[in-house]
Design a protein around this ligand. Sequence first.
Ligand code: SAH
Ligand code: SF4
Ligand code: F3S
Length: 433
Amino acid sequence: MTPKTFKIKSFGCQMNVYDGERIAELLAEQGMTASADDADLVVLNTCHIREKAAEKAYSDVGRLRRDDGSKPLIALAGCVAQAEGKEAKARSAMIDMVVGPQAYHRLPEMIAEAARGGRPVDTDLPALSKFDSLPKRRRANPSSFLTVQEGCDKFCTYCVVPYTRGAEISRPWADVVAEAQALVDGGALEIVLLGQNVNAWAHDGRGLQELIREIARIDGLERIRYTTSHPADMSDALIAAHGEVEKLMPYLHLPVQSGSDRVLKAMNRSHTTDTYLRTIEKVRAARPDIAISGDFIVGFPGETEEEFEATLQIVDAVRYASAYSFKYSARPGTPAAQMEGQIPIEVMDERLQRLQARITDNQLAFNRSTVGLGTRVLIERPGRRAGQMIGRSPWLQSVHVHTDAKPGDILDVTLVEAGPNSMAGAVRQREAA
Ligand code: SAH
Ligand code: SF4
Ligand code: F3S
């Protein structure tokens, strides 16, 4: 049966969210309609980064069986699809299609084949061809994602991304600028440039800072962000842009992973704590109020108590405005999975708790330092309480505001109260959207 309705569920990073939006546009162009429940076709856009995320993909597939025993057409997409390929079909007979993150532009043909009873698999990693065969962008969110760079050549020893997303490639300048313009025409006020190593973006001798400066020229675009950056690719020219491009928001996600140089070396991160801290210093010299965010892994193989404490110390040294922390998860095919000294789960649990408490202290300190500031908040969605909306400050804080403003409005707000994960703001004056 040819499906008429579809539902897409995206997990993992923002690049998967972007891919999910593009898949939705592609299926809509085929005449299918999005449906909240009981769709004819379900696309599970999965994440392979940690074991839990990957296992979730299969339990989600199982849950798609309907009460009457029937099931929708099921496409396994994203990084689990890439990592497992046709193995996925063997693991679950319910899966009709397996499509990797660089091949989803082929979904229309694959759906036709699956509707005829086939079980197609496409996990090719062709350089960028998907972008050429996707429909033009039309409708955009107030804050919209735009993938400019894909893949990773860094091969951190714990990480699956180089295998699931392929080699580092940059989309061409003109394509990115055209898509940014289309997003602004469709209503975007903020564009978040995405890549697994977004600051490695380069095309025709130009780097990310030049792309940011070009996109900043688009009338009607208010804000630019980019994520995720690798410390090794944080060039002086990109840092300088933080002090010069008004639309570039004062926020930088720059994962360090550990505060121990021995662990960093074993992780094959190409930075040391010292080079990382010097980069942060330069960024702060260019943009003193910048909010720094990061990622951490606790319990990397061989991590001692002392090495873990060095991670606590770097959290305080950087004064992170926000940070994400994870228990190390051994991933198939990665070098770290074979290393000696795998850390027991109880030790990881205990370290994660201590790290998260330290991060919370720093988040709260950052948020408190902004109380009393007048700033602008881009409204994104309704809050939990009546009359409350949630938006983002330039520093990417979630700000709760009592207002009748709509998503896409930008409000002048005074930050009045700080929590570890959000702020309360009071409207100063309403601006036209
Ligand atoms: N390209 C980005 C992030 C990629 S994945 C970067 O290099 O920073 C997002 C985060 O997941 C990583 O920063 C890391 O902290 C975490 N992560 C990746 N692999 C992991 C693993 N095997 N176990 C636990 N956390 C992991
Ligand atoms: Fe993974 Fe390292 Fe590449 Fe980030 S830089 S995606 S952590 S291999
Ligand atoms: Fe997950 Fe793939 Fe992103 S593994 S974090 S969805 S690149």
